[in-house]
Write a protein that binds this ligand. Structure first.
Ligand code: ADP
Ligand code: ADP
Ligand code: MG
Length: 496
């Protein structure tokens, strides 16, 4: 089956990123959008676009029935769900299939198994995959759970089986705190995922989050595309990612790659997927979960392997066998990604949505910007506050980091606070530079006073000084030209 028209059931940068590949492949694209996204870039980029409802996701981007109707009306062949929204919703994948459409992703059965962290662990049990010590099923008896925790040894982690996005997770340092944290975890899991099942895992000390990208076709071929290091996190959510990891040896990389392929095999996986592992200070690795979708940080893998993951997803959905063989793949160079969120790093990373008064992207050799905004656009309060992903690529890790610092300095954003100054702090930090860091990076090293003023702050201060100076001393120029503070300030700001 050849796909001729794809509907992208998503918004923002990922919708655009998918449409770009579709266009390169000569495939028509359909965007959907909510009333909050009428002027969004993904809407303008698509060949056709349909409004699917009011701003809240539940009334628009999550309306499976409306989306499938759009597909019928516009003779769409396939749906790409992106990440978030309906991407890991097995029922949606099933409905798509029943409507005679292609879901560009894994089977509903794989999504079901991997959507539950407990079911996932059960599914891989026969494959000799290292797992963090913990309870194999949901906790029903607290006394028993406490006994298990004591045996495993504190600190432990209470986790929601249906969890995602870092939610529904509680660290318990000592038995005295067990009940309180348990109550919180259950209620968080219930309200966020509609499923209060929680289980226990040992809290791995000095944990690093290292994940493996896999691709599987519908003929049983599965390959891995090496690792991504995602240990710089706030609220258990990634903010800086890179590939390859600075600490893996070729032997461990191969062992993790093999384990990831086995996890995928355990659930008959096809499509692009990510197997997440936690790695301790001795480089022992343990299976955490599998994400059955395209991942936010997939570009770093694309940069180091030269593989367009979306293109592969489309081929796989068409039923084509993988043409890339494991032995063909090689890591070339190094890529770093920072997530540019509309959040205030000086204020606990709280969302800071608003209008992008200034928005100028960095450019040049080795710089990739995946975003969905333009200057003057507002960031809607209804969705994830990510503005962009900034990716740099170089021959070495050092070069990719240098390029990232240069690109961050070129990025001009005003109107909202962003994670950019924080990401610059990470790039310059000795622990990050040396590769010796774990998921405790932010709590261990970061305080708001570590942020250097952004060019934006400089710019505003300088603009104020300059306009005061201009008001006092400026005389009209003979040729009538006027020099405004705002136009000059960027140049000056960069030289301060
Ligand atoms: P990644 O590993 O791709 O970075 P994240 O955990 O950061 O994945 O999530 C990617 C996107 O999907 C984010 O927008 C996040 O908010 C959303 N997301 C992930 N899991 C869930 C979930 N279970 N429910 C709602 N949103 C989710
Ligand atoms: P989610 O579905 O929310 O992504 P994960 O199981 O992938 O849940 O965990 C998210 C993050 O929480 C990990 O990247 C890691 O930082 C931390 N984490 C998860 N499990 C453990 C553990 N057993 N020990 C230490 N940290 C953990
Ligand atoms: Mg995860």
């Amino acid at each position: 089956m050849t796909i001729k028209k794809i509907l992208v059931a998503n918004r923002g940068e990922i919708a655009l990123r998918i449409m770009r590949t579709a266009r390169e492949m000569g495939i028509q694209t359909v965007a959907i959008y909510s009333e909050a996204d009428r002027n969004a870039l993904h809407v303008r980029y698509a060949d056709e676009a349909v409004c699917v409802g009011p701003p809240p996701s539940a009334e628009s981007y999550l309306r499976a029935d409306v989306i499938i109707d759009v597909c019928r009306n516009l003779q769409v062949d396939a749906i790409h769900p992106g990440y978030g929204f309906l991407s890991e919703n097995a029922n949606f994948a099933r409905q798509v299939r029943e409507a005679g459409l292609i879901f560009i992703g894994p089977s509903p059965e794989s999504i079901d198994v991997m959507g539950s962290k407990l079911a996932a662990k059960a599914a891989v049990a026969g494959y000799n995959i290292p797992m963090v010590p913990g309870t194999p099923s949901a906790i029903t008896d607290r006394t028993e759970a406490k006994a298990i925790s004591a045996k495993i040894g504190y600190p432990i982690l209470i986790k929601a089986s249906a969890g995602g996005g870092g939610k529904g997770m509680r660290v318990v340092e000592q038995e005295a705190d067990f009940d309180e944290q348990m109550d919180r975890a259950v209620s968080e899991a219930q309200s966020a995922f509609g499923d209060g099942s929680v289980f226990i895992e040992k809290y791995v000390t000095s944990p690093r989050h290292v994940e493996i990208q896999v691709l599987g076709d519908q003929h049983g071929n599965i390959i891995h595309l090496f690792e991504r290091e995602c240990s710089v996190q706030r609220r258990h959510q990634k903010v800086v990612e890179e590939a390859p990891s600075a600490i893996l040896t070729p032997e461990i990389r191969e062992a993790m790659g093999r384990a990831a392929v086995d996890v995928a095999r355990a659930c008959g996986y096809y499509g692009a997927g990510t197997v997440e592992f936690i790695v301790n200070d001795k480089l022992d690795f343990y299976f955490l979960e599998m994400n059955t979708r395209l991942q936010v940080e997939h570009p770093v893998t694309e940069q180091i392997t030269g593989v367009d993951l979306v293109k592969q997803m489309i081929y796989i959905a068409e039923g084509k066998p993988l043409t890339i063989k494991q032995e063909d793949l090689q890591i070339k160079g190094h890529a770093v990604e920072v997530r540019v969120y509309a959040e205030d790093p000086a204020n606990n990373f709280l969302p800071d949505v608003g209008t992008l008064d200034t928005y100028v992207r960095p450019q040049g050799n080795g710089v990739r910007v995946d975003d969905g905004f333009e200057q003057g656009m507002a960031i809607p309060i209804y969705y994830d506050p990510m503005i962009a992903k900034l990716i740099t690529y170089g021959d070495s890790r050092e070069e990719a980091i240098q390029k990232m610092i240069r690109a961050i300095d070129e990025y001009e954003i005003s109107g909202v606070q962003t994670t950019l100054p924080f990401c610059r702090f990470v790039m310059e930090h000795d622990a990050f530079r040396s590769g010796q860091f774990d998921t405790g990076f932010v709590s261990r090293y970061f305080t708001p006073d570590k942020l250097t003023p952004t060019p934006d702050t400089h710019e505003r201060e300088l603009a104020a000084v300059l306009s005061a100076w201009l008001l006092e001393t400026a005389k009209p120029k003979p040729n009538g030209a006027t020099v405004t503070a705002a136009r000059q300030s960027k140049w000056k700001a960069n030289r301060l």
